[in-house]
Write a new protein. Structure first.
Length: 367
């Protein structure tokens, strides 16, 4: 089993220059390969990785493109493999059509493979191909390194994302089943009656981001002050992303550690983002990323994730007697009383309970 570990690195000036040179070369080869494949398609020729790799070999022989020999050759080949994977994903309808990469994109990365132990951590340094030893902030012990992705972020920081061997520790959970109903106002409500709110520090960071973006809009284009302010905005963006990821990691780990079976609603988050009134709020709470974390952690530790069909009326169905109350379609009703058994329900907690007790019945109904 493999997973990615992200460490911040601190290259010196010469190493920074080489990183940006390699990023430019990889971007150039990627765009050249994409143009070659598009031209081949228009002329009825089949162009794949083999043809684009041969193109790279020919370019290196030309004096005009001698600068390609200075870059990491494996990174150049990997950029063509990434392009090939992009076309495979497109034809299998998992992604959109590959597009040209721009040098104006503030986030840039390249990937290289560990061959003959040329990528390894030695003390406080990581050895990277062509770069030599780069200072690294290592936060945990790691296994065998397969490949590394070097990233340059909009805030001006550099990171090394290591793909390593990983064997999850055996963990004992408390067993049992829990239902999760995610929301916008509250992050989720579970079938045990617990509610987890969205963290307040995210709201404070979002307000700071708005202030910094307003200051950026007032700076003169092309000025040094505008570039400094752009980095401040990127730094706040990065902080919000890190805070959100930290919150999602902790909540997903807690759920997997305490429960054997987790029932979640099978939401079409991508479709819900088309609602322009709610798109920002839905994107901010990151349901899709949270569900993905639950799924891969469940596969690590032997838990089970059960998805409940989206159209099942979980909030409208009484978890005590099974009566369906059509009045609860009104989302403004948060607390309701069952007309049949007179049980009082919180709509979100009730939905979580229905996800648990109704999973088998729902599954049989949709066979």
């Amino acid at each position: 089993m493999q997973k990615g570990i992200k460490f911040r690195i601190y290259p010196n000036r010469e190493q920074k220059n080489f990183i940006h040179q390699t990023l430019g070369c990889c971007r150039f080869i990627y765009n050249r390969g994409l143009a070659m494949r598009k031209e081949g398609y228009e002329n009825g020729k089949k162009i794949g990785y083999t043809q684009t790799s041969a193109m790279l070999t020919e370019l290196k022989k030309q004096e005009e493109f001698a600068f390609l020999k200075e870059a990491d050759s494996i990174a150049l080949q990997q950029s063509l493999r990434d392009l090939d994977r992009g076309f495979v994903n497109f034809f299998q309808k998992r992604a959109s059509y590959p597009t040209f990469k721009s040098k104006h994109n503030r986030f840039q990365s390249y990937r290289t493979i560990n061959q003959k132990d040329n990528i390894r951590i030695v003390g406080r340094y990581i050895k990277l191909p062509k770069l030599g030893f780069v200072k690294v902030r290592q936060s945990m012990e790691i296994g065998k390194i397969h490949h590394v992705t070097i990233e340059h972020t909009p805030s001006g920081k550099y990171f090394a994302v290591l793909n390593i061997d990983f064997e999850p520790d055996s963990r004992q959970n408390n067993g049992g089943m829990i239902g999760i109903d995610v929301g916008i106002k509250e992050f989720y409500s579970d079938s045990n009656g617990n509610t987890v709110s969205n963290p307040g520090y995210l709201e404070r960071s979002m307000r700071k981001l708005i202030r910094e973006q307003r200051r950026l809009s007032r700076k003169q284009k092309g000025s040094q002050n505008r570039d400094k302010q752009r980095i401040r905005v990127a730094t706040v963006h990065e902080k919000i992303t890190n805070q959100r990821n930290d919150f999602l990691q902790k909540q997903s780990t807690l759920l997997v550690r305490e429960n054997q079976t987790i029932c979640i609603e099978d939401l079409n988050v991508k479709g819900m983002l088309r609602n322009h009134k709610l798109a920002r709020s839905i994107a901010s709470v990151s349901w899709a990323k949270f569900f993905k974390m639950l799924e891969y952690k469940a596969s690590w530790y032997g838990n089970e994730i059960q998805r409940v069909p989206t159209m099942y009326p979980s909030s409208q169905t009484c978890s005590s007697c099974g009566y369906r109350n059509p009045r609860i379609k009104n989302l403004s009703i948060r607390i309701w009383e069952c007309p049949k058994c007179h049980a009082v329900h919180d709509r979100d907690t009730n939905a979580g309970i229905i996800f648990c007790i109704g999973t088998e019945e729902i599954g049989r109904a949709h066979v």
